[in-house]
Design a protein. Structure first.
Lengths: 196, 196
DNA sequence: GAATTCATGTAACTTGTTACATGATTTA
DNA sequence: TAAATCATGTAACAAGTTACATGAATTC
């Protein structure tokens, strides 16, 4: 499971509250590991229970007190060990709703499927634009004491986003071409779909 | 949620037991929606409770009785409505552990990261080979009464697998080249990534 | 006056995973 | 003799989602 380790990783940058962590998630890790606010609070409590992080309360006036979490030695060790154990793609379950729709799409008109794929292409193009914006923001090297430039690694994950989005656009375009060929076949070969 | 609809979809091909469904999952839907056996049984009970499927028991000798589920009218309606509501990519949470490792990989030697990416490339190449095998198996048109050739749609989902795997291989190769450049930089330029 | 931000969570629920239980038959 | 296949599940747990509750300060 990645959530506790993503939290531990972010806490190596600086001590943070659950609220701060949620913001960091939404602007970086979220692209490949999303988490709800309530999940973060629950996980922080679990991490504290395991002795991986410690917390201290900073009182505030007119605002709720801040409960600031810091990663401690045992947490750093746990993070390190986890980081070294890369997941195997072949055994990790994959789930993508879009493909379930397409798998059973014989129950939809070809024109509808084509329309949905066109919409998909636009969505992925928007994501490409968003990735470009993020890329601009991490253009400067980011130094964390004791480690080489973090932005180098962040950019590797971003490039994956680009590669996947581009592949999806190419795939969806090919699907649309296939559908258009299929439409031609069904018009000429199958008299039933002609009458309407 | 796709699990109930994937089950309903498979039941349109033919009435099946939970056990049969698991096999169908493992050889098709599994590539984009995986499910445990226990999850399928639980979901079948829920679908029956909602009146989307009906079951009848076929007694057997020397083997456990078969509880065969069939999709009924309300289930077909539910499936149809769901199929028409395609998911939005932008709002569906994405989770991929590999990228969490890479995001925080400044804590690993570059050589180790390179090794893991090479392993990743091999895994994706194996998947490409597996997809090619599946493609061969669905080369003949598959007819379900009342619908056009199913294999056309199955092949669209397969093509997505190919596109993503190829994109991943290209991405990982680019990462390795970036890492090798970085290795050169750290040896010559940057004297020390200081410790503290 | 309404919505958003800051900051804490809890509770209930759904979905996914892992382990267990049964027991005859077939295959290695 | 061990394992895999056929076929049913249940139980416990882990992880993810959604809704709710509090309440001052700030911005639209």
């Amino acid at each position: 499971m990645s959530l506790p380790h993503a939290i531990l990783g972010l806490l190596t940058y600086q001590p943070m509250t659950g609220y701060d962590l949620k913001h960091h998630f939404d602007h970086s890790v979220n692209y490949f590991w999303s988490a709800q606010q309530s999940q973060i609070y629950r996980e922080l409590a679990a991490l504290e229970g395991k002795g991986y992080v410690s917390s201290c309360i900073e009182p505030q006036e007119g605002r709720p007190d801040r409960k600031v979490y810091s990663i401690i030695a045992a947490g750093k060790r746990e993070l390190q060990e986890w980081l070294e154990r890369f997941p195997q793609v072949l055994t990790t379950p994959y789930r993508e709703e879009l493909l379930v729709h397409i798998f059973f799409a014989s129950r939809l008109p070809l024109a509808e499927l084509k329309f949905q794929l066109q919409r998909f292409i636009r969505e992925r193009q928007e994501q490409l634009a968003a990735y470009t914006a993020v890329d601009g923001m991490i253009s400067d090297p980011v130094k964390i004491p004791g480690h080489p430039d973090e932005s180098f690694y962040w950019r590797l994950t971003l490039k994956r986003g680009f590669a996947q989005a581009r592949a999806d656009i190419g795939w969806a375009e090919e699907c649309i071409r296939d559908i258009e060929k299929q439409e031609g076949l069904r018009e000429t070969g199958d008299e039933r779909s002609e009458e309407r």
